[in-house]
Design a protein around this ligand. Structure first.
Ligand code: NAG
Ligand code: NAG
Ligand code: NAG
Length: 835
């Protein structure tokens, strides 16, 4: 039996997801008063909500799911069955979860029950609920009460949705037709015979969420009670949605022995064994059986999620999910001989998913011929959406097995099939090495997928490819393996340069083979340059090879002790000749950087230069999607393996750190205001009034009071307008940010502090104060940001946050090193003093 390793969610992701529901509330409540036909506002709101979704998963993940869900007709997105208890206990959470989906353009079809409510009313009426084989015996009195209860519950949900500004249409009847299941035995209980989609489709066409009850009618108009799970299943059979969701309060199914949540059930692989387990009984048994019967009739891409209302988004929009996912899964096949496999099947998947074949570099036939010389294991699934090829060298059995190809279609990725395949490969191979080319970024599995599954990796700076491995225990063997990689074809063209070597989160081990990366610094004269040189001087993995400054050309570099260097004056066209450099840090004034970048881009494109990491400390690339925004606390995942990184502005870093945790709670109609005061080192070394000690003495200078570039940067990154008023003061180093935040709903100081503490839990470069305000003086020379204040107005609708950040360190140099570390595969905090 294959068991699936769905990604374990990080605590941060889980935390954010847990908060994702209240997030939406202030925003949508306000929407009602808003002009519903204002398209600009609607688009902006959609964007804001999509951004909020990014808090739950990575941008790529969320976008993929959103595209996946939007790719089908509206009524084929999801059927959501809501248990009666959810309507009583979690109505608001449910309404905001559904609102959230609707705001991103999705129309879940909701079907609810009302069991507990019905039991309460029956009790009041002195009727004892009676069940036969789990089915409620429904006499005329019960039916009459049930009808009223279901109608009332239906309106309750519709009203709640309308309160959230979401249009919803009550559809308490007319969808299900039924006959008596067994009139003598159960009374007014229906067995569904037909589903009429008209009312559902009409509701969606009118822009309203359809809200259905589990009542059916006989041909002559008698209303019958049907089990809501059964009705949801019937509905799903007719609509064939991508997702079928059963909302329960427990957030999934639990293993009867270990008590752990069952993350995934792949019916094709696991059903029979599961049903033999003694703990699979009663409700769990029924549910799993129902899901199997339901999914057997649906396309393989359909799945059932059992989840609580508050975790719905996470389940829908992330690979890791949150509740229990039940799907048919894909039967996997494994072949030890190539001639056992249908060659057309191999050809089909390679032609559609293999970049090497697609680009015409190699034909399928010649690849297959090459494979004949090796011992091959080929893994694939029934529909041929994934394929993996693992080879061993018959001539040298001591070489670790190599994963030569891992191809997966987009649909397969969205259904976690590669993970399924992966666990099978892991079971067969204790040791494995594999290479991912830089091009793999365009494929359906990105580099981070591989990083998460490897014990370690080695990046080849010549061609940007990365070698991954797992299962190699002793460092001598690691070294041998890596040396082979070094000797491979990829590096044959150019002399082997320095390289990054690292191990990853799950198993951080240190090997004696740890290598260094060479860094060149352009614009070394400024204060930030000096801080960078200082950090690199104490960095275990970074080696400075060039310091460039027009003014200081020819002078020896002071403060760097690892080697003796002199300043040079590099022009844009000089960059491409410096083959040994793995990363360039561009610490130049805004607007000066692009010619340097163009030269490198061009040289890489024309194969004159291996790919390099470029980090721009200026603002030239902070607004383009082609560059990765280097604020690791919010964007860590995208920085792994990134080659073009825009280092954020100093004020902008501090402002975002003070605001991002509060994004969900902002008052939609009143933008936050950031009052910032920087030391004059922020004004650079070029003489100006802003760094003139005479002007600054006993003084405070406001400047660029509207539309400062950091105002635009913060607003752009947070997806909501933020006002920023900068000042410069007479101290040298450090920034004070006093951030006034109008709130959409009332909070107290403890709430706000909790939000920050939770948000930044585990972050080594952010300290959230227990009490009081942070002072610039205390934070000058420190690599972390301090956040405190959290002063809330007595009406609870406005909070003021105070933060300090050293503009030269976390505001520039430290952040750049943090980014370099992640991009090059070193420990994120290597070389950064952590207190
Ligand atoms: C419901 O009706 C169908 C025929 O329409 C029948 O095959 C099925 O057994 C009935 N279900 C139950 C639980 O009796
Ligand atoms: C490799 O293939 C040879 C024959 O081609 C076979 O004898 C040997 O057992 C295979 N080794 C492995 C590890 O599969
Ligand atoms: C480190 O940089 C120095 C120049 O500062 C250079 O001579 C040396 O080769 C570099 N080391 C490596 C391992 O590339």
């Amino acid at each position: 039996m294959l068991s699936i390793a769905r990604k374990v969610s990080t605590p941060m992701v889980a935390r954010l997801a847990a908060r994702s529901t209240p997030l939406v509330r202030p925003m949508v409540a306000a929407r009602r008063q808003y002009n519903a036909y204002n398209n600009d506002a609607a688009a902006a709101e959609k964007e804001t909500i999509v951004k909020l979704l990014y808090n739950i998963g990575s941008r790529k993940e969320v976008e993929q799911y959103l595209r996946h869900f939007s790719s089908v007709e509206s009524q084929k997105f999801a059927v959501i069955k809501v248990g009666g208890a959810v309507l009583t206990d979690e109505l608001e959470t449910l309404a905001s979860a559904l609102t959230f989906l609707n705001r991103v353009g999705l129309y879940p079809i909701v079907l609810h029950g009302g069991g507990p409510q019905l039991n309460r009313l029956l009790e009041d009426a002195g009727v004892e609920p009676q069940y036969e084989e789990g089915i409620r015996i429904t006499d005329a009195t019960t039916m009459e009460i049930a009808r009223k209860v279901f109608m009332a519950e239906n309106l309750k949900l519709v009203d709640a949705l309308e309160r959230h500004g979401t249009r919803a249409r009550p559809i308490p009847g007319g969808v299900f037709s039924a006959e008596y299941l067994d009139k003598d035995k159960y009374g007014f209980v229906g067995n569904i015979t037909g589903v009429n989609k008209d009312a559902i489709e009409s509701s969606i066409r009118a822009g309203a969420l359809p809200i259905l009850t589990s009542l059916a009618e006989t041909p002559d108009g008698q209303i019958l009670n049907v089990n809501a799970d059964v009705a949801a299943a019937e509905l799903a059979t007719v609509l064939e949605p991508l997702k079928i969701v059963f909302l329960n309060e427990k957030n999934g199914l639990y293993h009867g022995v270990t008590g752990k949540k069952i993350v995934t059930i792949n019916l094709d692989e696991e059903y029979e064994d599961l049903m033999k387990e003694p703990w699979v009984k009663y409700g769990t048994r029924l549910k799993i059986r129902q899901c199997k019967e339901l999914l057997d009739g649906l396309p393989r891409s359909s799945s059932v999620a059992i989840i609580s209302a508050s975790h719905l988004h996470k389940e829908l929009f992330t690979d890791s999910g949150a509740g229990t996912l039940i799907r048919r899964g894909h039967k996997l096949f494994k072949y030890n001989k190539l001639d056992q496999v249908d060659p057309d099947k191999i050809r089909r998947i390679m032609e559609s998913e293999d970049p090497v074949v697609k680009s015409g570099e190699m034909s399928v036939a010649s690849y297959l011929r090459e494979l004949q010389r090796k011992n091959v294991t080929l893994y694939t699934d029934e529909p041929g959406q994934v394929m993996a090829i693992v080879t061993t060298d018959p001539a040298d059995p001591s070489k670790p097995a190599v994963l030569e190809k891992l191809l997966a279609s987009k649909t397969a990725v969205l259904n976690n099939v590669p993970d399924n395949l992966w666990s099978s490969i892991r079971k067969d191979h204790d040791v494995l090495t594999w290479r991912v080319s830089a091009k793999a970024e365009d494929g359906n599995l990105d580099q981070s997928w591989h990083f998460e599954r490897a014990d370690g990796s080695l990046r080849n700076p010549q061609d940007g490819s990365t070698m991954f491995f797992y299962g190699i225990q002793d460092s001598e063997r690691v070294k041998q393996t890596l040396d082979r990689f070094k000797g491979g074809a990829a590096t044959a063209k150019a002399p082997a340069g320095a390289r990054a070597f690292s191990t990853f989160a799950q198993q951080r081990r240190s090997y004696s083979t740890v290598k260094t990366a060479n860094v060149g610094l352009i614009g070394a004269r400024g204060y930030t340059g000096r801080e960078l040189i200082n950090i690199i001087n104490n960095h275990p993995n970074l080696n400075l090879t060039h310091v460039s400054s027009r003014e200081l050309e020819g002078k020896p570099l002071e403060g760097y002790t690892k080697s003796s260097l002199s300043y040079v004056n590099l022009k844009p066209e000089d960059l491409t000749a410096q083959k040994e450099v793995d990363a360039w840090v561009l610490a130049l004034p805004n607007g000066i950087c692009p010619p340097f970048v163009k030269q490198v881009d061009q040289a890489v494109k024309e194969n004159r230069s291996p790919e390099k990491v470029l980090i721009d400390l200026g603002a030239d690339y902070r607004f383009t999607d082609e560059w990765t925004y280097g604020l690791p606390e919010f964007n860590r995942k995208n920085l792994v393996g990134a080659t073009r990184i825009a280092n954020p502005g100093c004020y902008a870093t501090g402002a975002q750190m003070s605001l991002r945790p509060l994004l969900p709670f902002l008052d939609k109609y009143a933008a936050p205001t950031v009052f910032g005061v920087s030391g004059y080192s922020g004004a650079g070394t070029k003489p100006s009034p802003k760094n003139d000690p005479e002007v600054l003495r006993d003084n405070l200078l406001p400047y660029s009071m509207t539309n400062h570039i950091h105002e635009r940067e913060v607003s752009h990154q947070l997806g909501t307008p933020v006002n920023f008023i900068p000042h410069v003061a007479s101290y040298f180093q450090g920034i004070q940010l006093t951030v006034n935040v109008p709130l959409g709903k009332s909070m107290n100081a403890d709430d706000v502090r909790n939000v920050f503490q939770e948000f930044y839990q585990g972050e080594k470069l952010v300290k959230v104060l227990e009490s009081g305000e942070p002072y610039v003086r205390d934070n000058s020379g420190k690599h972390f940001v301090r956040i405190g204040g959290f002063s809330v107005h007595p009406d609870g609708k406005r909070v003021v946050v105070a933060a300090t950040i050293d503009n030269l360190l976390k505001g520039a140099a430290t952040q750049a090193v943090q980014n370099l570390n992640i991009a090059l595969g070193f420990d994120e905090y290597a070389g950064i003093p952590i207190e």
